[in-house]
Design a binder for this molecule. Structure first.
Ligand code: FNR
Length: 378
């Protein structure tokens, strides 16, 4: 109602939250390098398009006279209480989008009580982001380094800084073929190296002949070498368990057999995700594999979902198909580009309001009421 009342009082929103218009308006504001790093995808973009098309193939079936005037969107995921079944996906190097980067995002998320999953590739140190998130929930995403000592060191810092839940991304042990970034030579990273990745961590500075500020290319290569070509396998998961005493979530699962292996490995949750179509070009839409994965393991571990969520209706569809909560990526990065903390807050508030209204108007009082029966194939 605050949003509607502002409109009636003539206070216009700072920018649109229509997903297509938001991307177009971000494109006008952002330098091509950062814009395409956010908007771009792997190869031909087929997977990113498929992610969106998959949502269009499902339709909600509204139910009437069920008194949904009072709704409760709250849910609990792995011990974290969420005001709504929505989290901010890990998005790296946010300072190429806005100088305040992850600090702004953390403040906006915390103000609404929404968990932000902080990326290993954060532009600001995890300690600074932890502080910016105040009382808000703290989740940390790990790109699993090929050096165990570096890995243990990062996890130790994250625990000490109050992060409770670890999200381990499996699908990015090397960066995909991303034509837009190659065309622009990954310029935003090189130019913004002092701020794009927090080289304040001794692990990232070790082995460098000169400072990252003096020799950004070597610094970036050293960073990349720590996180690519890792020989990680299911057998190595106990190492993470040894170094993390909170819930562990595996991000990037797309096959029910991998989901079952995650259960056998004793992790607490998975994110059904294809990284927003940024890794395997031509891959199946993330939403299309959600039902079979939820069916396989939904009773045993928490199943989260991302890739392509843009509207309240999208959130409801993912929940109906078996997700406990969803993560959203690009839209909040566009909000960040528009206005830092306020911009992220605006995008997030809009999404939560849309979710709340669409939930109620379709005849539901809480996310838990959604089942596959709430949908029809278009
Ligand atoms: C990402 N994503 C990502 N994932 C991750 O585990 N660690 C990371 O550092 C990043 N970085 C990143 C940067 C940018 C610019 C984007 C757009 C995405 C993937 C992200 O967490 C999520 O899986 C997708 O963004 C979800 O798809 P949508 O919502 O963008 O369609």
């Amino acid at each position: 109602s605050e949003i509607y009342l502002d409109g009636l009082a003539g206070r216009l929103p700072p920018f649109t939250t229509d997903p297509t218009a938001l991307e177009a308006s971000a494109r006008e504001r952002m330098e091509p390098g950062p814009f395409w790093y956010v908007a771009g995808a792997a190869g031909s973009g087929a997977t990113a398009r498929a992610n969106r098309e998959a949502f269009d193939r499902w339709r909600l079936v509204p139910r009437m006279l069920r008194d949904a005037t009072v709704r409760d969107l709250r849910t609990t995921v792995l011990g974290t209480e969420l005001p709504a079944p929505v989290l901010l996906a890990p998005v790296g190097v946010q300072s190429i989008v806005h100088p305040d980067g992850e600090l702004a995002t953390a403040r906006a998320a915390s103000a609404l009580g929404v968990p932000m999953v902080l990326s290993t590739a954060s532009s600001h140190t995890l300690e600074d982001v932890a502080e910016a998130s105040g009382d808000g929930p703290r989740w940390f995403q790990l790109y699993w380094p090929n050096d165990d000592e570096v890995c243990a060191g990062i996890l130790k810092r994250a625990r000490a800084a109050g992060f409770t839940t670890l999200v381990v991304t499996l699908d990015t042990w090397t960066l995909a073929w991303r034509p837009h970034d190659l065309d622009l030579s990954y310029l935003p990273f090189i130019r913004g190296v002092g701020t794009a990745i927090p080289f304040s961590d001794p692990a990232f500075r070790a082995g460098l002949a000169t400072s990252p500020e003096e020799d950004p290319v070597s610094a970036v290569l050293r960073w990349v070498s720590l996180f690519t070509g890792t020989d990680r396998s299911w057998d190595r998961l106990p190492f993470l368990r040894e170094h993390w005493n909170g819930p562990i979530v595996l991000k990037g699962v797309q096959h029910p057999d991998d989901a079952r292996r995650a259960v056998e490995a004793g992790v607490d949750g998975i994110v059904v995700s294809n990284h927003g179509g940024r890794q395997v070009d031509g891959a199946v839409a993330s939403l299309d594999v959600l039902p079979e994965i939820a069916e396989a393991v939904g009773d045993e571990i928490e199943v989260l979902f991302d890739s392509g969520v843009r509207t309240g209706a999208d959130v409801l569809k993912a929940l109906a198909l078996g997700a406990k909560a969803v993560l959203v990526g690009r839209p909040f990065a566009y909000g960040l580009a528009h206005g830092g903390e306020e911009g992220v807050r605006h995008v997030l508030r809009g999404l939560l309001a849309d979710l709340d209204l669409t939930l109620g108007l379709s005849g539901h009082r809480s996310p838990a009421e959604l089942t596959p029966e709430s949908l029809r194939r278009a």
